[in-house]
Design a protein around this ligand. Sequence first.
Ligand code: DX5
Ligand code: ZN
Length: 231
Amino acid sequence: MGLPIGYDLLFYLRVSMPHLVAPSLLSADFADLKSAVRVVDESPAPWLHIDVMDGVFVPNISFGFPVIKAIRPLTKKVFDVHLMIVRPENYITAFRDAGADLLTVHIEASPHLHRTIQGIKTAGMKAGVAINPHTPVAALEEVLADIDLVCLMSVNPGFGGQQFIQRTYQKIEDLAELRKRTGSKALIEIDGGVSTGNARQLVHTGADVLVAGNSVFAAKDPAGAIRELSV
Ligand code: DX5
Ligand code: ZN
């Protein structure tokens, strides 16, 4: 557990695989999280995507520290924790202690984003920034070189199983260009409405990480769905 400091995610990805899959626990059976984590643990997906919602930043409440802590001993996979909460800066060390390896905050919830990113890195985690569908990629310009991941929301955050927003393809292209221009090594993660129907095109357009909730855990064969999304 815990990514080594200085570990270059983009480099790792480029040399080892074309993209990586991060199954989202949000669509799993909450009464049997152990089995869901086991499916991911035994799969080729190197990350587990964990959605934390507060009912304030988004109109839904999911789970928090105790659940993350409880599943942490079950797998060594990277815990990719997506905070859909207000004041994420108040909980950085608490999420680190619960087991987060990579902590993603929303730009829309972070008036002092630069400080929050530094705080996440100082706490020993990788830092990600998520942007909602209405937020332009250009809003990331001043922080892109400092972060490890950009989470492009391809649905409005709050719920699993929503329809993918097509405009995301253009945002991936814009972000890839901005990444080049700023010398950033941030991974491009796509979150929302990812399925076997669009995974290939997303990777082809420039996605590095595919979050998949419904298309994995609502599938008859979740392990098979992860394998399909991984190739
Ligand atoms: C939505 C969450 C997503 C969600 C994706 O607000 O951030 O991670 O689990 O679910 P699907 O893949 O079902 O759209
Ligand atoms: Zn998410």
